[in-house]
Design a protein around this ligand. Structure first.
Ligand code: PLP
Length: 386
């Protein structure tokens, strides 16, 4: 049996007619750049996330870059983030000439550890503390970072909070005051990606920035079009960060199905949790979800200490797609060697890189496919032990 890590074809089969119709509409209008579909998507995504405003952009990477630019982050500033994330989180910081400052993650959630954040801030000399401008928590794999703690620390230290919610559309967490907040609605702004492999995927690249600040919203909108306001008058330098009308049209249709797809991912996760827990003796660690948090499972990431690479090979040779997110923590990437980190500076992130493995979790997985994944994993450990 073949079980890909992700198969988008069944989703497309379901929506084919509807999507082709709106693509035709856009083609007939010959209005490809921004326009009413983009504005409608912005309203819908803002509503979905519980935010006042949303600005459609060209990708998740550009959502991060534009957010940093619009927040006034400049060369020489320090932006704190996790070394265990997709490259773009720190890449956007470095592209502005700002300095990514990494702090280690929590073992259970793979997300930035608030106590490491606070320790790092306390150890900064006065000059560096002055340069520290923002923190980018990443809601990795679809589970929110510990935002209540991070927001408190950020407030104490005067840091902006830019959520990297690229993998977390619709994820939420409950605060101690009882309020329930969605990813992208907790910090100063939230960055989303519509890369096809995200829970809400476009037919190409796309992204969104959400915010509750009117001032930031206005800057985001102006900087998205080269900082022009009015047209051809540039008081600030922006870029071309626009979202295509075609992508917005497709995303509007898909957004209506997002909750149903997320529930299916949650059901698949429940199945794995139940079956793998009882799959005989094995060293697998299942994903841990914090109390009061809704994990939307962009990825279902298990840990297999000491056996990860062999398990990956075994799954692959049995027709099961899997992937290591992420094999090389950012502080050890060649392009970041100039930051001067040592390999062992972030032991929790390093351990995650050595033990984690994502297995198929997409909504349309069949019962047979799920059972097959469990069977092959059990088989692998049964062989190893006997
Ligand atoms: C996908 C992703 C991005 C970048 O999004 P693109 O749309 O691919 O540019 C940024 N951060 C994280 C955590 C991601 O998963």
């Amino acid at each position: 049996m073949i079980v890909p890590l992700l198969d988008l074809k069944p989703q497309y089969a379901l929506l084919r007619e509807e999507i082709r119709r709106v693509i035709d509409e856009v083609c007939d209008s010959q209005q490809f750049i921004m326009g009413p579909k983009v504005e409608e998507l912005e309203r819908e995504v803002a509503r979905y996330c519980g935010c006042e405003f949303a600005v459609g952009v060209s990708s998740g990477t550009d959502a991060l870059l534009l957010s940093l630019m619009a927040s006034g982050v400049r060369a020489g500033d320090i932006v704190i983030t996790t070394p265990y994330t997709f490259f773009a989180t720190a890449g956007a910081v470095a592209r502005l000439g700002a300095q990514p400052l990494f702090v280690d993650i929590e073992r259970d959630t793979f997300n930035i550890d608030p106590s490491c954040l606070e320790d790092t801030l306390k150890k900064l000399d006065r000059g560096s503390a002055k340069r520290a401008r923002a923190v980018i928590p990443v809601h990795l794999f679809g589970q929110c970072a510990d935002m209540e703690s991070i927001l408190k620390i950020a407030r104490d230290w005067g840091l902006l909070v830019i959520e990297d919610a690229a993998q977390a559309i619709g994820a939420d967490c409950r605060f101690t005051d009882g309020s329930l907040k969605r990813a992208g609605n907790m910090g100063d702004c939230g960055c989303f990606s519509f890369f096809p492999s995200k829970n809400l995927g476009a037919f190409g690249d796309g992204g969104m920035v959400t915010t509750n600040s009117r001032e930031l919203y206005e800057r985001l909108k102006i900087m998205r079009v080269h900082g022009a306001f009015p047209k051809y008058h540039h008081r600030i330098i922006g870029g071309n960060f626009r979202l295509d009308a075609l992508q917005a049209a497709v995303l509007l249709i898909k957004l209506r199905h997002l909750d149903e797809w997320t529930s299916k991912r949650e059901k698949n996760a429940q199945y794995y949790n139940k079956m793998l827990r009882n799959a005989g003796p094995n060293p697998i660690e299942l994903p841990k979800v914090k109390r009061g948090v809704r994990h939307i499972y962009n990825q279902f990431v298990i840990r297999a200490a000491g056996a990860r690479d062999a398990l990956r090979d075994y799954l692959a040779s049995s027709g099961i797609g899997c992937e290591i997110y992420y094999p090389v923590p950012l502080h050890t990437q060649e392009c970041f060697l100039y930051l001067g980190y040592g390999k062992n500076d972030f032991p929790v992130a390093m351990e995650a890189a050595e033990t984690s493995l994502a297995i198929p979790i997409f909504p349309e997985l069949t019962t047979e496919q799920l059972a097959y994944v469990v069977e092959i994993i059990s088989q692998f450990f049964a062989q190893k032990i006997s």
